[in-house]
Ligand binder design. Structure first.
Ligand SMILES: [Zn+2]
Length: 321
């Protein structure tokens, strides 16, 4: 964001609550530091501050996701941290503050799809020890934890799913209910004692898609103190292969109107899909959204919250010290 703040050091930290760029870079043998994908460390470094949730995603449609394979991506991320002087994997809120102070791109490790737990509690502890701080309970399909947006077999969250949600919140991990079906969502919210996020989902009232959230779901997320990350996939913006910035803003405005400005953030889903809105080619263009909000007379303070402040609040509230 460009502000006329004079010599005031007006810094805006951007948080993107979901991308598949780590997975995609590893799968295609590309560098996460500099590549032609939607996201790399070099481009994120151009912002005042940048926190990126890096999801480990194994497509259940291409073979059963495993714990060991998930760990392979996590080890790759650790290797990148070891090689790069401007990237840090953060496990605590303190790590994030420290990383931002030292002008590093802060990565937070996530696992997208509870399949990777293979139904074992001990794997959750192992993920935590390896630095994972967010788990998206399901992908689109039903798994050991509960039902996904596309398939319903369990009738909501399973006993194992309940145990994992409780354990995660006790350990200081963030529960992500993007991709979950409605009953799994309800079950999860009903036992949650910490803020729950939808890292990369939009408003169903604006775009009727099973991956998007009903107004009552957005309100429930707010009630937990959680945040909804706006997804930039055109299909989730307007059910088509084309979208513009105005249609992205429509989702932001709707979530603000439904649950207030403290409930919306960015969860771009970079490298998790192909079609982005006009004027956005990747992480380098996220500022276009913030500038449009400024043009619409959103106060700087509100834009700061949407750009990253709201997710930073969740990280502060939930991540273990
Ligand atoms: Zn996803």
């Amino acid at each position: 964001m460009t502000g006329e703040q004079g010599e005031e050091d007006e810094r805006v930290t951007v948080v993107d609550a979901h991308c598949d760029s780590l997975t995609r870079a590893v799968n295609s043998n590309r560098s996460l530091e500099n590549n032609t994908l939607h996201w790399d460390i070099e481009r994120a470094l151009n912002y005042d501050g940048f926190v990126q949730v890096l999801a480990v995603f194994q497509d259940p449609g291409r073979g059963k996701p495993t714990f060991n394979n998930a760990m392979r991506y996590i080890q790759e991320a650790a290797g990148i941290e070891g090689r790069s002087s401007c990237f840090r994997i953060c496990r605590t809120y303190n790590d994030i503050e420290d990383g931002l102070r030292n002008r590093k791109v802060c990565g937070i490790l996530a696992v997208e799809g509870g399949e990777a737990l293979e139904g074992r509690e001990e794997n959750l502890h192992a993920f935590f020890d390896a630095g994972v701080r967010i788990i998206t309970l399901t992908w689109n399909y039903a798994n050991e934890l509960g039902d996904g947006a596309e398939t319903q077999y369990n009738g909501g969250l399973t006993a194992f799913g309940r145990r994992i949600v409780k354990l995660m919140q006790e350990k200081g991990m963030i529960v992500d209910i993007s991709h979950a079906d409605v009953k799994t969502f309800e079950d999860c919210i009903s036992i949650s004692t910490k803020p729950v996020i939808a890292s990369h989902s939009n408003a169903r009232n604006i775009c009727d898609h099973p991956r998007n959230l009903y107004d009552w779901q957005i309100t429930e997320i707010k009630r937990t103190g959680g945040v909804v990350g706006i997804n930039l996939y055109t299909e989730f913006i307007n059910n088509s292969s084309k979208a513009d910035i105005v249609s992205v803003i429509r989702h932001i405005e709707h979530i603000c109107a439904t649950a207030g400005e403290d409930t919306v953030g960015i969860g771009a889903d970079f490298d998790g899909m192909e079609r982005l809105p006009e004027k956005i080619s990747g992480v380098e263009d996220l500022y276009v959204i913030f500038n449009e909000l400024a043009r619409l007379n959103y106060p700087d303070r509100t834009i700061e919250k949407i750009a990253g402040g709201n997710f930073l609040r969740v990280f502060r509230d939930v991540l273990a010290e």
